[in-house]
Design a protein around this ligand. Sequence first.
Ligand SMILES: *Cc1c(COP(=O)(O)O)cnc(C)c1O
Length: 472
Amino acid sequence: MHSPAPDFSKIPSVDRVLNFAATQKLIEQHGRSLVTTVARNLLAEVRRRARKQAFNEAAISEPSLSAELAVRLAVQTQSNLRRVFNLSGTTLHTNLGRALLPEEAVQAVVTAMLWPVALEFDLQTGNRGDRDSIVEGLLCQLTGAEAATVVNNNAAAVFLLLNTLALKKEVLVSRGELIEIGGAFRLPDIMLRAGARLVEVGTTNRTHLKDFSGAVSPRTGMLMKVHWSNYAITGFTAMVPEKKLSALAHAHNLPCVVDLGSGSLVDLTRYGLSKEPTPDEAIADGADLVTFSGDKLLGGPQAGILVGRKDLIQRIKKNPLKRALRVGKITLAALEAVLKIYLDPDRLATRLTTLRLLTRQQSDIQAQASRLQPHLAAALQGIATVAIQSMKSQIGSGSLPVDRLASAGFVIRSVAPARRNGKALKKIEAAFRMLPIPVIGFIRDNAFQLDLRCLHNEEEFVRQLAELRFEP
Ligand SMILES: *Cc1c(COP(=O)(O)O)cnc(C)c1O
């Protein structure tokens, strides 16, 4: 037995498909060229399929081909940088773009994109200006530093400072601070590439001032302190505080630099969060240079910020690599707008999106969960059960690693028999990920879970639940 040879003449030509009534609208929307390309690819695939398996006449009908063409064009033309709902339980999620920026930053970016701006142009004198001057004053005001500069991200900031101040020299770092962040940023690797020689001092859990002083030599270029970021060392521990480390560095005429990573610009305990070291404290404790990210706790655009002594910042700015790592006008526009919000700390928790999300009260999140629960339960009927549960959100991006924020959300359990549970959960997770605005949750304790801390557009969330599709 074999199926009859497919009748290829029944498959319409590209021209026929382009003349379908429904195709006219697609051409108006997407242009003839793109529609032709997509139609040609679609028909090639139909022919390939026809050769392999039984010929399906329904699949080559006008309605079916038109519908498939529309779907393919929609997929082709949607942005690859898809907007998603971050219900992952991690507020500053590196893979989901970290900080969400406030409206003020959005407006500043729009202006910088649509109009010429005085990026490197001194309007007082008409001479060439310096792009760092757009944010330098604000950064100095907020951190107590003498000078500041901005590069592409904090990894670049650390790289640039090592390459400028410690090329072919030794950098002393505690063994307890040789961190890796998200795989791509490992301090020893960055050091090597920057041309500096790492000298590990002390032990993993305990490093004393005498470990540093014993390692200082004529080859030493700087003493460095790195914030732990994404882990904690607890128990029998000792690390050298900035004040002591900088005093030792200065006694040897060396700079003391601190990589803060997240570097909140304000004391977070004021907003009910845990203590996180701030650049102004490090500067006050004698650090000569401090680096931190723009898009972690600061709540701004991706950037690496260096603040500190004027002579050192000057040297960094003269390094040719600064040019390779500099930021564009869009970043500077957003960063300036965000820094301005810090000038009014009393309203920071409502105006700075990141801080608003981090300080959202559990009761508020719980109330939201109660409002949404019936909608979600209805959409998942026969597939899964939906319970509201207290949760603990993470801040993310290596900020306050042990701190958890009381939150709430949904625990979605498959009704499938236990032996198929794992697969069923994966399908539920995928169904949420395939929504028009993908919903990103997490699987834990045999359930698919959604932490609602970062859900601020409820209506949109509910509206698209009708489009959940589960694979059989
Ligand atoms: C996050 C982090 C970095 C890297 O910063 P990016 O802005 O992601 O490049 C470097 N050092 C520390 C301590 C960090 O926490």
